[in-house]
Design a protein around this ligand. Sequence first.
Ligand code: DP6
Length: 350
Amino acid sequence: MSNNFASSAWKSPSNIALVKYWGKKDVQIPCNSSLSVTITRSHTVTRTEIIEKPGKQGPGFEFYFEGVRQPAFEQKIQDFFQRVERFIPAVSRNFLRINSRNTFPHSSGIASSASAMSALSLTLLDLEEQIGGRKFSREEFFRNASIMARLGSGSASRSVYGGYTVWGYNDSLEKSSDEYAIPVNHLVHKSFMNLYDSILIVEPGAKAVSSTKGHALMENNPYAPARYQMANRHTGALLGILSMGDFDGFIDIVEYEAMTLHALMMASSPWYILMQPATIQMIRKIVDFRKQNAVPLCFTLDAGPNIHLIYPQQSRIKVLDFIKDELIQHCPDGRWIDDKLGDGPEKMNG
Ligand code: DP6
């Protein structure tokens, strides 16, 4: 049965964490709960097909990024396949060709592993339904996709859902789990459902220190225990703030989280800094602009130097002028991504 030709294509967006996952244990188990917004324009499209050619039968795969074979990524994907085999027993017996492309620069500090692992997991589960004779309920399908995505990259667990999601057990949130993310949009005030994320690209190249190395350095970071408690507290508090539509409370937590993440990097041994002078210049301008104009907006940072400018619909016109007049000058080639909260992954024509 597994010899039938089949293919699946999914588009999955990236997400930006408001409360950060930073530190893990066991097999991709987070040391604290995190809360993120799934965006829309920064996404990965992945098409996975089962191929039948002489010499290409049985377990195996080829990975292509933007049409070019990528042996360097294949080891990482091989490890991923070993971790997720139990979810896709029929698919795992076949030879797969995986084709992936992104709408944003690779390793730019925009979570490309989140959208990539989410998209790949969705195609694999979809194929399992097609050839393995299994039918998941929609809830089960996305829950399994979230677990699989997590096993590829922690933050990817949150990208299988649109809008706001929480990954990691939190005692203020029923059904939250370390194994998978859950959507929390039903708890969020409507004023937070039109959120923009304007990503100001300071450095489009590869990150100096990968997230995976950064997580590992938390193991000997003396501030780690306090950090994990703080993040769990922040997740609970931010859920309350989101339900009330309190943008001032939102700004306090989101900016504090961004600064704490980078402070933890600086307090790692060996220490490192991912912020660039332009990052700090923009942060100062954002805080001044907010004070002077009383416009709701704030910044957050991923594990890189780029600024994510977060604001609600009501600030849009003023913020666009601010970006053009004050911020774009700090971005090489004036590069920025005009992104916003989105509905999550989409199945494409296979
Ligand atoms: C700073 O999910 O990229 O973006 O699990 O090792 O793949 P791995 O790490 P990854 O780490 C993301 C870290 C972060 C915060 C976040 O997205 O929560």
